[in-house]
Design a protein around this ligand. Structure first.
Ligand SMILES: NC(=O)C1=CN([C@@H]2O[C@H](COP(=O)(O)OP(=O)(O)OC[C@H]3O[C@@H](n4cnc5c(N)ncnc54)[C@H](OP(=O)(O)O)[C@@H]3O)[C@@H](O)[C@H]2O)C=CC1
Ligand SMILES: CC(C)(CO)C(=O)C(=O)O
Length: 337
């Protein structure tokens, strides 16, 4: 039986950790007081759009405010936002034996390396969560879209293979791949919708049904795709439509988009991007790990990424000017109208 440590009991940490516990793993959750209090009071409820509805009573949850020394888990999952990576990795390094495998289940392409630099004695693996998780009420996390988890692993990574086998019984698909970079960059392209969604103030589905917002997303993705092509970076296919075709489909009138991207729209009406939660709660966002990464790629190539740079600035300046953006506002702000 696999013992897991979840570092960062938030939306992703609770859902993936909670599902692992349902699948028979022993799971220890490390979280902040707000989340720990909610879990102590309500237990953990796990639901999804395919009918999953399970409750883990508080008495069955192992909850901690810091990684417990001496635990020796088979595997740890890093589930904090990008701005908290270095601190959380350093805390893990203090508590876990050298060589413990740790999977970063974070968005962006740079967190695994950042964590490795902060905690070089641990064995770091890049991971990717394709689906949306929202905390619908205290202790209740809900998966609102679908897809398979992916983690970079070699055949010799026994703990990851054991975890994969446990999750398969649930079923929660987990792909183990020799190189996750193409998956992470493809996910980053999709995450360029996070700021659009956050600034729209709308749930994901309602936002994607507005052509103007889709045009903003298409422009951000096209700029990133041109740079990724120039850098010769391969991209994994995470959506039924390949990335360039998706850009074209995003720009179509909504009635046609709804037909051609039906799977993309198969989501819970309440799903919102993780960045929308950050703006709503006044927390630092991951914009630098998304648009900022595109801007850095452009700089490496001696080029510019003006649209992603403007989006980066819009979100970074958010606390000073809290507001929501209509599609026209955003198109104008990015200079793409
Ligand atoms: N939510 C989603 O749908 C998806 C999210 N992701 C990615 O997964 C990662 C996690 O996102 P998400 O779950 O939404 O984030 P959340 O903010 O919901 O969860 C992270 C939790 O970790 C806590 N935390 C931060 N540092 C520590 C620490 N040192 N010790 C204990 N707890 C800590 C945070 O508390 P506090 O905020 O108080 O510091 C927060 O409660 C991000 O990179 C995100 O982009 C990927 C796919 C989907
Ligand atoms: C799954 C997705 C793309 C949902 O928006 C996400 O990664 C996020 O919210 O950060």
């Amino acid at each position: 039986m696999t013992t897991l440590l979840v570092m960062g009991a938030g939306s992703v940490g609770c859902f993936v950790g909670g599902c692992s516990q349902l699948a028979g793993c022993t799971v220890h959750f490390v979280g902040r007081p707000r989340m720990l209090a909610a879990l102590q009071q309500h237990g953990m409820r796990l639901t999804d759009q395919d009918g999953l509805d399970r409750h883990l009573p508080a008495a069955q949850l192992h909850l901690h405010d810091t990684p417990p020394p001496g635990l020796q888990p088979d595997l740890a999952l890093l589930c904090v936002k990008s701005g908290a990576t270095a601190e959380a990795a350093a805390q893990l390094a203090q508590a876990l034996p050298a060589g413990t495998p740790v999977v970063s289940l974070q968005n962006g392409v740079g967190n695994t390396e950042l964590a490795r630099r902060a905690a070089p004695a641990l064995q770091w693996h890049a991971g990717m969560v394709p689906f949306n998780i929202a905390e619908l009420s205290p202790g209740h996390v809900h998966r609102g879209t679908d897809g398979a988890l992916a983690v970079q692993a070699q055949p010799s990574d026994a703990a990851l293979h054991a975890w994969q086998a446990a999750l398969a019984a649930l079923p929660l698909p987990l792909k183990l791949l020799p190189d996750l970079a193409p998956v992470q960059w493809a996910k980053l392209l999709l995450n360029l919708n996070n700021p659009v969604n956050a600034l729209s103030g709308l749930p994901l589905r309602a936002q994607l049904l507005e052509r103007g917002y889709r045009r903003v997303l298409a422009a951000l993705q096209e700029e990133a795709l041109d740079l990724l092509d120039a850098a010769g970076r391969p991209l994994a296919r995470l959506t039924p439509l390949p990335p360039r075709q998706l850009v074209r489909v995003l720009r179509l009138p909504t009635w046609l988009f709804q037909r051609l991207a039906a799977r993309m729209l198969r989501m819970d009406d309440r799903a919102r991007s993780s960045m929308a939660d950050d703006l709503a709660l006044g927390r630092p966002t991951e914009i630098d790990a998304l648009c900022g990464e595109v801007v850095r790629l452009a700089t490496q190539l001696g080029r510019a990424a003006p649209l992603n740079a403007r989006m980066l600035a819009l979100v970074q300046h958010w606390p000073a000017q809290p507001r929501t953006y209509t599609p026209q506002d955003l198109l104008r702000a990015l200079g793409t109208h």
